[in-house]
Ligand binder design. Structure first.
Ligand SMILES: [Zn+2]
Length: 124
C-alpha cells in the first residue's frame, strides 16, 4: 500500500479516482492517497472548474467588445487569454493526478513513483 501519487506509505486513505476507459466511458476505482496528495487532488478540481468559468467569461466579454467596437482583436485576445487560463489549470490538474498506464473494463494499471506499476482491481 502506497500513495498512488507520491509513493509514500504514510497517512493513506482510500479515495475514489476517476479513470477514463477511452471514449466517453469513465469509472471510479478506490485507490490509496496520502492526505497531502488527496488535498492537492481536491483543490485542483476546483481550479479547473474556476478556470473554465474564467475562460467562458473572457470569451463572452471579448466577443461583446468586438461586436461593439467592430474590431476582431478583443475577441482573439480574449480567446487566447481564456485558452491559456484553461491550459494552465489543466497542467496543474494533471500534476495532481496519478499516472494511469492502462485502463480496461476489469483492471486499471497505475504507475506509482518508487514502486512501479500497480494493478487496481475493479470490484462491482
Ligand atoms: Zn501522496
Amino acid at each position: 500500500m502506497a500513495c498512488v501519487r507520491c509513493g509514500t506509505p504514510y497517512g493513506l486513505s482510500r479515495q475514489p479516482l476517476l479513470v477514463r476507459l477511452g471514449g466517453s466511458r469513465i469509472r471510479y476505482v478506490d485507490v490509496p492517497f496520502c492526505a497531502r496528495c488527496w488535498r492537492m487532488h481536491e483543490s485542483t478540481r476546483s481550479i479547473v472548474f474556476v478556470a473554465s468559468g474564467v475562460a467562458i467569461a473572457a470569451l463572452f466579454v471579448g466577443l461583446a467588445v468586438s461586436v461593439v467596437a467592430r474590431d476582431s482583436v478583443p475577441a482573439v485576445a480574449s480567446t487566447v487569454v481564456g485558452l491559456g487560463t484553461l491550459l494552465a489549470a489543466l497542467v496543474v490538474r494533471r500534476k495532481a493526478l496519478p499516472v494511469v498506464r492502462r485502463a480496461s473494463n476489469d483492471e486499471t494499471v497505475l504507475e506509482v513513483p518508487g514502486i512501479g506499476e500497480v494493478r487496481v482491481r475493479v470490484e462491482e
